[in-house]
Design a protein around this ligand. Structure first.
Ligand code: CA
Length: 220
């Protein structure tokens, strides 16, 4: 299944050379990094963001038993050193990424989706497709598995994150902020992450994700 999944992702990446519209992706990198996760342009992770109350679901792939569960993504707790499996969330060694869904519980106006990772080599960079949905489309499939292209199931592709385009395969600490020129990404309840291994030369290409923050626009 994983091989086919990778194939589907590669096809998707090659077909999507679309204009990203208003969505902006800011990538920041600390070659060494510290446990404080301070970046020049990307906000430092926060603890009680809108994502902290959400529920994660694994749709494709498997979680590495040496890593932490989904809770590591939203607990606001950060690794204190650069190679700390138990403080990170990552897919199993030898797999090619996975698909994960975050249900925020209700539709929120989202300002930013920020993702953080830290590893001294190939598990540092981040590669993922980010989809979102408010769940309102009659075709909406809340659990698109296997071959289902989310864009045919009521999801919108917000952007593709690939830190390798800026920093190559360098390890280190990464902060990524997905935002929008107009200040809001949109009103969504669900986020879908299609993560892709940063390399397949060996079994160690799945990113060590330390935290994923969902920043809500303050209700007016
Ligand atoms: Ca964490």
């Amino acid at each position: 299944m994983n091989g086919k999944f990778l194939f589907a992702i590669v096809v998707t990446l090659s077909l999507i050379s679309f204009a990203h519209g208003q969505v902006t992706v800011t990538i920041d990198h600390n070659p060494a990094g510290t446990g404080s996760f301070k970046f020049n342009k990307v906000p430092t992770p926060v603890k009680d963001d809108a994502g902290a109350q959400g529920k994660w679901l694994l749709l494709v792939g498997e979680l590495d038993p040496n890593g932490a569960s989904f809770s590591a993504l939203t607990d606001g707790i950060l690794p204190t050193r650069q190679d700390q499996p138990a403080a990170n969330f990552f897919s199993s060694a030898g797999t090619f990424g996975g698909r994960f869904r975050l249900d925020l519980g209700k539709v929120l106006e989202i300002a930013q989706v920020n993702s953080y990772s830290w590893h001294p080599n190939s598990r540092g960079p981040q590669v993922y497709l980010l989809y979102a949905s408010d769940g309102a489309d009659p075709k909406f499939n809340a659990e698109p598995k296997d071959y289902v292209d989310p864009t045919t199931a009521g999801w919108k592709l917000l952007t593709i994150v690939d830190t390798r385009q800026k920093y190559g395969s360098m390890g280190g600490q990464y902060g990524v902020s997905v935002a929008a020129a107009g200040g809001t990404l949109g009103k969504y309840r669900y986020l879908l992450f299609d993560t892709v291994a940063t390399e397949t030369d060996d079994d160690w290409g799945n990113t060590f994700y330390s935290e994923i923050d969902v920043i809500e626009n303050a209700p007016k």
